[in-house]
Design a binder for this molecule. Structure first.
Ligand code: CA
Length: 255
């Protein structure tokens, strides 16, 4: 009897995770054609307070993203018909979903860095076979990382020796101001606000030049080149993402 009572007490005094009590539960779309894996992932994510939907094909995933926007997509790379790589590109290319967080499930660890960094624009990856607990941990870590870099009130960003002060419109390296044009500064602002995230040329154009700008997306490339010339520490740190756009490495160079 005592044991039961204790268990009841523990259960009732143990609130669910923070995101359950203070915010609406986050919605995660699981895109996985292997039903067993999809169900396991669903079970563990829901146990942690997330709401989930399952799509078993890439087409189904893209439809669901339009009709019932998730807060994150857990996306298997190997899918029939259109694979995870294609799904990821489509998500990143549409302006309204360009910043949707994507955690990729990949088969081989050695492929993952290339795939994530240069091909796809996923935000993180987990290699199969994986423990569902590890997956949940990575999902939560990704949400935390994105929330941290998305504070619209933050006005100053440090990136290695570079400091970008938005309120004074200044970029400083080692405390020396680097003269930048308004567009160069605008691009730099977009990048330092979201290290590790792929920003497509369209997203950058809209943010810096505005929706009514008639130039081509190649305009972005020219300005990125000049930004790298003016701030050499960005030369390796700004990474071109094949056929999509750019991202600022989330590991800032220390020199
Ligand atoms: Ca699969």
């Amino acid at each position: 009897m005592i044991q039961v009572h204790e268990r009841l007490t523990v259960a009732s005094s143990c609130p669910a995770d923070n995101h359950m009590t203070t915010h609406a539960p986050k919605k995660i779309l699981i895109v996985e054609d292997e039903a067993d894996i999809a169900q396991l992932v669903k079970l563990y994510l829901e146990k942690d307070g997330f709401r989930t939907t399952i799509a078993s094909t890439g087409i189904e995933a893209l439809t669901l993203i339009k009709t019932n926007r998730p807060d994150m997509v857990v996306l298997d790379l190997m899918l029939p018909e259109i694979d995870g790589l294609e799904v990821c590109k489509k998500i990143r290319s549409a302006p309204d979903t360009a910043l949707l967080p994507i955690l990729m499930l990949t088969a081989k660890a050695e492929e993952s860095d290339t795939i994530i960094g240069l091909e796809l624009g996923a935000d993180d990856y987990v290699t199969k076979p994986f423990s569902p607990k590890v997956l949940v941990t990575r999902v939560k870590a990704l949400f935390r990382r994105l929330e941290r870099t998305h504070d619209p009130k933050q006005t100053s960003y440090a990136y290695g020796l570079l400091v970008v002060d938005l309120s004074r419109h200044e970029a400083l390296v080692d405390e020396k101001e680097i003269p930048l044009t308004a567009k160069e500064f605008g691009l730099l602002e977009q990048l330092v606000r979201r290290p590790g995230r792929v920003l497509t040329r369209d997203v950058l154009l809209n943010a810096v030049w505005g929706y009514d700008y008639y130039g081509t997306t190649r305009t972005v490339d020219g300005h990125i080149r000049r930004l790298k010339l003016k701030i050499p520490l960005l030369d390796d740190a700004i990474i071109a993402v094949k056929s999509l756009g750019y991202k600022l490495s989330d590991r800032a160079p220390q020199r």
